[in-house]
Design a protein around this ligand. Sequence first.
Ligand code: T4K
Length: 377
Amino acid sequence: MAVNQALPQQAHTATEARLAVARPRLPAAEAIFPYLQRIDEARWYSNFGPLLTEFEARLADRFAPGAHIITVVNATQALTLALVAMDLPAGSYVALPAWTFVATAHAVMMAGLRPLFLDVDPETWMLRPQAVTDLPPERRRNVAAVIPVCAFGHLGDLAAWRAFRDETGIPVLVDAAAAFDALDDAELPAAVSLHATKALGVGEGGFLVTRDAALALKIRQLTTFGFQGSRESRIPATNAKLSEYAAAVGLAALDGWPANRLRFLRAAQHLRIGLISLPEVRFQDGWGSDWVTSVCTVGLPAGSAAHVAAVLAEDGIDTRQWWDRGCHDSPAFGHCDRGDLRVTGRLAASTLGLPFSIDMDADEVARVARALTRALA
Ligand code: T4K
């Protein structure tokens, strides 16, 4: 459909509030309060206090025994410090999908490494091991690590990445920023975001999960001035610890997670049902049934994302290209090496973040459905 085609009567009225693309809801004050009282009593505010220790233990319980959790100030730092801990040759390449948020590539560069942007699978929107194994040998030889990204919370085929690591010896670090719900496997080190916009948010925060005890110890050391059991700084490091206050929010969020997960499922099912007469709108595989996340990114007819966004905007409905035109496209990465990124280009033009929230109601679903029907007519 042409972008400037005449549109039917707009549904948006001056009295109708704008519909935000995301409306995070973190634990309410009363849910956090008992944890804040514990902080008052303990007079312990940071540096691995009792709440943070409990928060990490409860996060570890979500994985098979043997998983180590290192909380970090955000997932970008978790990725950066994990790469630093891997001790890769300075300036070597880290392969990553172009279809990701800029944080993935920033982490590579801040770790003193070079991003190599590769294309993704058109169905799953994720990097496949073949994207690396099919590289010309001279280029593949310089790939020191790979970061597959769980697109918008979808886990993808981690078993294939484990096989890749075992066969090639190339370390794999998973960017599972939005995959708090889906991630239950610590065989590959993975970074999860606890940002406000994520399914389980503490405001700013994240964690790294791994079964590799030595890697976990090194990452922990990097988050705390290079200390390890003493006040002697043994390696160049930083301060990336979470405070007891963030842990308080995290503990309250975990208390509420079973019910909130059901609320996310319910909201997602309402949206799926509301859009059932629009088969052109494609949800990610398993979204809102097998796994949940806080955003809804859908596939649309080829090249139609900008038009659909414009029509929804006329109806007061916000949408978002969460990853813009692809990570590689940002000026910060203009000089970085890349492969053929045709699929990424197509996804940027044909996927769109729709409004979604844990408490999205029937009127909001109907409003989005009406606007999408108009846009796709
Ligand atoms: N890897 C991947 C693949 C990622 O997607 C991300 C982060 C990372 C790594 C790094 O994780 P962190 O270092 O952040 O832990 C968001 C998030 O800041 C970011 O976490 C996320 N990905 C990225 C895709 O998007 P913005 O700048 O787009 O959010 P903003 O402020 O525009 O808000 C979005 C919507 O939510 C708006 O409608 C406003 C609403 N909102 C937002 C906040 C923060 C609220 O209503 N309340 C709020 O508190 O970045």
